[in-house]
Design a binder for this molecule. Structure first.
Ligand code: ZN
Length: 338
């Protein structure tokens, strides 16, 4: 295919070569491979505005991943999940319609705006915005958004865009209004392991679920900030595998695989006497919850614990593999006496 070469001042045949190019986005160096066309006569690189625009989008997308910013699709999904127009959404957030429009078409958002839009993943937050800034919306837009929330807007958005192998790091109903804390998580695991003697993975996952959800029921904030996913065998911390492996690497627990008739189960043991330093991270009432859990489940069979978790609304009303909202903490089958 021939292209106009400005250096030759004529149409020329071209050849393509992949070159490595580096760019700077908001002070961050980003290197990418680009298929460039060159004039076969003078070897001048023949770019185009279209290609520049494509490169720009690629760079932004890389930068967004590094800086943990929402993608344009995520922004659009959050907004449209509530049935809001770009104008209504912008009005609610105190931003301009043009800004939202640009972000959805790929412009790089600033961090403050990203935080605002991200907060809208929580239906509670949007409901609050509708109450406070709703007068700026047409009544049908307001009604549409409230209807979407009542139909579970927010919640669906939440569960869709988290990849499986991570703990969502944000304060929402998915994390029990606490940022995930590895320290809290590992201290809780160490405590449960040392109290129970040895714990198999499925049981440990359920104990953590109950500890987090009971804490949330008592104080509207979870114990560890872990999100929980609904799996066939019950609720599990969204990245239990990663967290337990890290704990083994950090020599906080030991693991052992034991063979059973129906397969292999991983067991965890505590390596340290750790009850002492629980006080450094947990409040008195949080420690009470952990002790309650350990006492309640000590000596219970794995299958019985699993069956119990299958009776929970949190498990029954969540789709397979989805994240579970802490909303369900209020009607657990297990309640802790005050
Ligand atoms: Zn040329």
């Amino acid at each position: 295919m021939s292209k106009f070469c400005f250096k030759c001042g004529d149409f020329r045949d071209t050849f393509t070569k992949t070159v490595s190019e580096s760019y700077k986005i908001r002070g961050e160096n980003i290197e990418i491979e680009v298929d460039r066309e060159f004039c076969s006569k003078c070897s001048e690189m023949l770019g185009s505005d279209k290609q520049d625009a494509e490169i720009q989008l690629r760079l932004y997308s890389i930068y967004r991943k590094r800086a943990d910013l929402l993608s344009p699709e995520e922004i659009r999904n959050i907004r449209s999940g509530y049935g809001l127009s770009q104008r209504s959404f912008a009005n609610l957030l105190g931003m301009s319609e043009a800004t939202i429009n640009r972000y959805e078409r790929g412009a790089l958002q600033d961090k403050t705006h990203d935080n605002l839009i991200r907060a809208c993943k929580s239906a509670d937050y949007v409901r609050d915005l509708l109450t406070r800034n709703g007068s700026q919306l047409s009544s049908w837009q307001k009604e549409k958004a409230n209807k979407a929330i009542n139909n579970g807007a927010g919640k669906q958005i939440f569960t869709e865009d988290f990849n499986e192998q991570c703990f969502p790091n944000e304060i929402s109903l998915i994390t029990g209004y606490r940022n995930f804390s590895y320290e809290r998580f590992s201290k809780a695991v160490i405590f449960l392991c040392s109290e129970m003697g040895e714990v198999c993975t499925t049981v440990l996952n359920k104990l953590l679920f109950y500890a987090d959800f009971i804490c949330f029921a008592k104080s509207t904030v979870s114990l560890t900030g872990s999100a929980y996913r609904r799996l066939i065998f019950g609720p599990v911390p969204s990245d239990y595998d990663g967290a337990f492996s890290r704990m083994v690497d950090d020599k906080l627990i030991k693991s052992e695989e034991v063979e059973f008739d129906n397969g292999i189960c991983g067991f965890y043991f505590s390596t340290s006497e750790s009850s002492e330093d629980l006080k450094s991270v947990f409040s008195k009432s949080e420690i009470k919850v952990l002790e309650f859990i350990a006492n309640k489940f000590k000596g219970m069979k794995a299958k019985d614990i699993s069956d119990l978790s299958h009776k929970e609304d949190a498990w029954l009303h969540t789709n397979d593999r989805d994240l579970i909202t802490y909303d369900y903490a209020t009607n657990l089958k297990i309640t802790m006496p005050d």
